[in-house]
Design a protein around this ligand. Structure first.
Ligand SMILES: [Zn+2]
Length: 119
């Protein structure tokens, strides 16, 4: 579990956004896709939706298989892991997808888990 968060953190470090977030979609011990948040190609958008969040980037590229797990990590300027709990907009997309669980960083030592599969 931690190694996937490390991979997500590696993706986050490659982000050019102010808030650097990376995500990994995995199932059954395999990485299906990884990515990071990115700017939308438009200057007319509201700043709050001015980026594609890492979770959205992945959900736009693949339809997650059932019981897959999304790992989300955010790094600050010091390179430390910080809170990356998915926002409401991403949660909406995740709930509609086949993702069963989201694992997100809280800080360098802790992570949180959201179980989406319970009806
Ligand atoms: Zn989001």
């Amino acid at each position: 579990m931690v190694s996937y968060l490390n991979l997500a953190a590696k993706e986050a470090r490659r982000s050019h956004c102010r808030f650097r977030v990376g995500a990994v979609l995995a199932k059954g011990g395999r990485v299906l896709l990884s990515g990071r948040n990115k700017f939308r190609n438009s200057s007319t958008l509201d700043y709050r939706i001015g980026t594609f969040h890492a979770e959205e980037v992945l959900l736009r590229r693949v339809r997650p298989p059932d019981r897959s797990i999304m790992y989300v990590a955010r790094v600050n300027v010091q390179g430390d892991l910080v809170m990356s709990r998915p926002c409401d907009r991403c949660m909406e997309g995740l709930l509609k997808s086949g993702v069963a669980r989201v694992v997100y960083t809280i800080n360098n030592d802790r992570f949180g888990v959201l179980d989406l599969s319970t009806p």
